[in-house]
Design a protein around this ligand. Structure first.
Ligand code: FE2
Length: 294
């Protein structure tokens, strides 16, 4: 870990806060931390809504276990067809050997994805807030599309790790134009599994793509060198903070071994002008193409 000091912005609901200088910082580091972006009340509304969705979910309908090691779900239809649905994914560590759940379902959920922002009115409202739209414009998107959303629970004690990766590996566009918006719905610390990132790591290019092929999903590797994980820095943030992640920024999170959950909501933006390949894992049906902020 380096001792690099990161820039923290305090969102003042004023577009000028994302001045050219701060965009230079985003270009240099590959991420921005914006404190105080969402109100605590808005965070709580999403948390309550996620709880309602989980309450209404029947685990018997889950045909697969979500694993953070993507290669374990190569033929996972439940996952691969979730791009325009609201689906529930369980922690790999939540199961007994016989396949039954070790914990109540609300303690076993890993995440909900991937079209909450289009199909649920509460997530739609949060995702298409005027501040998010302004931010997308300030980040340089001409015609932003809201491609993907996830509600991530990072459960106490069993919340799994997410290994080091670039989001563009999974959501590839030509040209590479992808931003991940990571909203902390609770305080995120080293103890409960906050994000870690390699400052400037987005400048070393795309390492791989995860794509559809005749043999199922596969990784196409362009650079097999391991990540310089000694350069990772923790991005500890308070509830209501937003972390903006460049699509090429290497980042990860560790297991949550603490007693506290670490809920987060993520949204991925692409530009309508960029080419979105048909072999990306996430595909939307023709009747439900990705929408912008309108
Ligand atoms: Fe990611």
């Amino acid at each position: 870990m380096t001792g690099k000091v990161r820039v923290i912005i305090y969102w003042s609901h004023d577009l000028t806060m994302l001045s050219q200088q701060l965009l230079k910082q985003y270009t240099a580091d590959g991420f921005l931390v914006i404190e105080n972006f969402a109100s605590h009340n808005d965070c709580d509304v999403l948390r309550m809504r996620a709880e309602e969705l989980v309450d209404a979910f029947d685990p018997a309908e889950v045909v697969s276990i979500f694993s953070t090691h993507e290669q374990n779900r190569l033929t996972d239809d439940y996952f691969l067809t979730s791009g325009d649905k609201i689906r529930f994914f369980l922690e790999a560590n939540a199961f007994n050997a016989d396949g039954s759940l070790k914990y109540p379902k609300k303690k076993s959920i890993n995440k909900i994805g991937h079209a909450l922002h289009d199909l649920d009115p509460f997530f739609d409202r949060f995702s298409r807030d005027a501040n998010v739209r302004e931010l997308a414009t300030a980040l340089g998107f001409d015609k932003p599309l809201l491609l993907q959303s996830m509600y991530i629970f990072k459960q106490p004690n069993i919340g799994g790790e997410v290994t080091c990766h670039q989001d563009s590996t999974f959501l590839y566009t030509e040209p590479l134009e992808l931003a991940g918006l990571w909203f902390a719905l609770e305080d995120a610390t080293v103890e409960n599994g906050c994000l870690w990132a390699i400052p400037g790591g987005h400048r070393s290019g795309l390492k791989s793509r995860w794509l559809r092929s005749d043999q199922g999903m596969k990784f196409e590797v362009y650079d097999p060198k391991p990540w310089p994980e000694n350069d990772l820095v923790p991005l500890e943030v308070s509830k209501g903070s937003l972390i903006v992640l460049h699509g090429l920024l290497p980042h990860r999170s560790f297991e949550n071994k603490s007693e506290r959950s670490r809920h987060a909501y993520t949204l991925h933006l692409i530009d309508a002008e960029a080419k979105y390949p048909a072999d990306n894992w996430l595909q939307r049906s023709a009747s439900m193409p990705p929408r912008g902020f309108d």
